[in-house]
Write a protein that binds this ligand. Sequence first.
Ligand code: SAM
Length: 263
Amino acid sequence: MTDPTTPSIEPGRVDLVGAGPGDPGLLTLHAADALRQAEVLLHDRLIPEAILDMANPEAERVYVGKARARHHYRQDALNELMVARAREGRYVVRLKGGDPFVFGRGGEEAAALAAEGIPVRVIPGITAAGGCAAYAGIPLTHRDHAYRCQFVTAHRREGGTELDWAALVRPQQTVVVYMGLHGLERVCHEMVAAGAPATMPAALVEHGTLETQRVVTGTLGGLPARAEGLELQSPAVLIVGEVVNLQSTLGPAAVDAGEKPGE
Ligand SMILES: C[S@@+](CC[C@H](N)C(=O)[O-])C[C@H]1O[C@@H](n2cnc3c(N)ncnc32)[C@H](O)[C@@H]1O
């Protein structure tokens, strides 16, 4: 039987590895091991240098990052590159921010590799929602405030289905919106239009888990204007729900520029 703590890494395979949200301390042991052994490292835009520095210095490194509306590497070209390098008998690490299976196209890449007969393994990572919530002091669930949590993305491919806004504004739940900075105004507007109170607490976590992390709390009604004034930058997640009220006591590193949730 295989010991799950010591994965055997045979050549000619690809591992889709989650790097977590940024703080290198949030890497899993499996991820660190994969980085040390990588012969080819294909990495995204959001991976900090401190994590890349952990990789085998001899590894071939290819930046395959995608920024919104600025695709450096087409998905099919990236899939072909992974297949080609694996067929050369090399151990390929495809390093992704957060968790490969959460808004990370990990499912598409794993399927493309499997279709070519390339052995593929997924090493999960801490997703941005979990990392940002913990470092900001916002519990995603809480018996008094939220008994469910939804992860959604504000950015969908062209022609994709519209978000189910009515489902996002149910009481006693938390909603985490990925890639939400660009669509912040629209998301807040649609949630209020669907029945959420404009006073519903909401927070933006910018550069979560990193030294540059900023947490801005407010309300669905007030956060967009506030964020504009602070010139927040990607990556950031939007967290909406009563749990945001707990941030003022649980988030020691919080930067609060004025408006209180519920105002
Ligand atoms: C393409 S998605 C990738 C998500 C990733 N697979 C995960 O599990 O976290 C990129 C989005 O994740 C969120 N994100 C990733 N890292 C973040 C961080 N350190 N702080 C805040 N948001 C982050 C942002 O919403 C960003 O636009």
